[in-house]
Design a protein around this ligand. Structure first.
Ligand SMILES: Nc1ncnc2c1ncn2[C@@H]1O[C@H](COP(=O)(O)OP(=O)(O)O)[C@@H](O)[C@H]1O
Ligand SMILES: [Mg+2]
Length: 451
């Protein structure tokens, strides 16, 4: 091992010149709208005393880093050239990850970076990097950055206060389009009408259709009572036994996506009538942030590239949960007088969330839904919206498609239906253009804030 100057034996020196530099250069400055450092972060570790009692001791980890942009947090332990990363350090990190309920931990000394994951009681090395020269931080920062890129998740809420404008249609189609491009997508259904869950095939649509007696109907309802879904997800996340996988179901689109050679998938965190209970959560516990916290703490981000959140047409607690968890918001609107007027509500409502939560509820733009090219009103309305909200992007419109009734009946994404039925017009093309535009708007935003 080549010798380094004795400064590298000093932890404060390593922290300042290597670790803190690395974090900043990897896009995680000490304090910004999308990252926070918590130095000397305290973790309560239970210890069994000589007489058999369990006592909690407070341990300090060098840093807890919160990365709101990528939806993850991780611990950092700094070692030095003469007290290098060793098994004791690894065992200690495992303990810290376990008791702080944090998924990832970084061990770093002037020669080496190791990234560990603590998941389902298993502690494992997920990535490592040999440092050639600790005075040259850029390669180390690049290593961390590319690791974070791999495990980040973006959250997009589809939201407007009006019903029947095509929110759920947009959610399902956007999810499908992203998945066909190889993305792992999680749909989060916050609407107690649960249309997204129905259309993605996890809410017993066929059973309901075929139920002919009250008993059969009640039996189906009962099966929802027992199922873990979005309501349980946001109320159980603090339980020690919490495992997000118990709340997530594979959508029926995966049967189709599996036939292509891509990694893309659409999973769903489903809803049912139980989601109405969100409204009764005690206000003292900041229930408006439960979904956000559950997503952050569960480590779900490493399994998905995008979470698309479907919301009910209201301003209720479940909507607020969706907005606090959404980095981005897309507003669908029909181009008719009252619908256009209805854009004002979601815009002002998201503003409150933006002011209170950092890096959340940024509006990407408006999607004109169910437009008809022959209707002059629609094109006039588009002009009015563009004038009224000059900074908001108006995305590719989704035209009213004749065959859409059939697609809804079959509970298929319009674009998938259009792939299989020529009568469905070019909705497939519209949704794929729209998806590209939304992604480009996200990249623009991320570049502008230095990501
Ligand atoms: N482009 C379209 N052309 C025709 N009908 C559509 C289109 N998009 C959505 N719909 C239909 O409009 C109705 C409302 O859409 P939905 O997505 O459920 O709205 P929301 O979630 O806002 O209540 C559904 O029956 C859906 O099939
Ligand atoms: Mg809906």
């Amino acid at each position: 091992m080549p010798g380094l100057s004795s400064e590298w034996n000093n932890e404060a020196y390593v922290s300042l010149h290597l670790v803190q530099e690395m974090l900043s250069m990897a896009g995680l400055p000490r304090r910004s709208s999308y990252s926070h450092w918590y130095p000397e972060f305290k973790v309560k570790v239970p210890k069994i005393t000589a007489n058999g009692f369990v006592k909690e001791t407070k341990k300090e980890v060098d840093f807890l880093i919160e990365d709101l942009g990528r939806y993850i947090n991780f611990l950092v332990e700094v070692k030095t050239a003469d007290t290098r990363i060793d098994n004791d350090a690894r065992v200690q990190l495992e303990t810290y990850l376990k008791y702080s309920n944090t998924r990832f931990g970084v061990l770093i000394d002037p020669y080496l970076v190791e990234i560990y994951q603590y998941k389902e009681l298993q502690f494992s090395l997920v990535s490592e990097h040999t440092i050639q020269n600790p005075s040259q931080v850029q390669p180390v920062a690049d290593f961390l950055k590319s690791f974070l890129e791999k495990i980040k998740m973006r959250t997009i809420a589809i939201y407007t206060t009006k019903g029947g404008v095509g929110k759920t249609t947009l959610v399902v189609n956007l999810a499908y389009e992203l998945a066909t491009q190889g993305n792992r997508v999680l749909v989060i259904d916050l609407d107690d009408q649960a249309n997204a869950s129905l259309s993605l095939g996890v809410n017993k649509a066929e059973e309901f259709d075929n139920a002919s007696s009250l008993e059969e109907f009640e039996e189906i309802i009962q099966s929802f009572e027992e199922r873990k879904e979005v309501f349980e997800f946001i109320t159980n996340y603090k339980l020690p036994s919490f495992n997000y996988k118990d709340y997530i179901y594979s959508s029926k689109l995966n049967n189709i996506l599996n036939q292509t050679n891509s990694y893309g998938k659409v999973d769903i965190l489903p809803s049912s009538f139980k989601t109405r209970n969100v409204e009764n959560l005690p206000l003292g516990h900041l229930p408006q942030k439960f979904l956000d916290k559950a997503l952050r703490q569960s480590g779900i981000a490493q399994d998905y590239d995008y979470a698309i959140i479907d919301t009910p047409p209201s301003s209720t607690l479940s909507v607020i949960n969706g907005l606090y968890a959404a980095q981005y918001v897309v507003i669908p609107s029909q181009m008719e007088y009252f619908s256009v007027y209805g854009i004002i509500n979601p815009i002002s409502f998201t503003k409150t969330v933006r002011e209170e939560a950092e890096n959340r509820a940024f509006i990407l733009g408006i999607v004109p839904m169910m437009t008809e090219s022959k209707v002059i009103l629609h094109s006039n309305m588009k002009k009015i919206v563009a004038q009224r909200y000059p900074h908001l992007r108006i995305f590719q419109e989704i035209k009213r498609a004749i065959a859409v009734g059939k697609a809804s009946q079959d509970r298929l994404p319009l674009s998938l239906y259009a792939e299989q039925n020529t009568g469905a017009g070019d909705v497939k093309k519209q949704f794929s253009i729209l998806t590209k535009e939304i992604l480009s708007e996200i990249h623009k935003r991320e570049n502008s804030i230095g990501r």
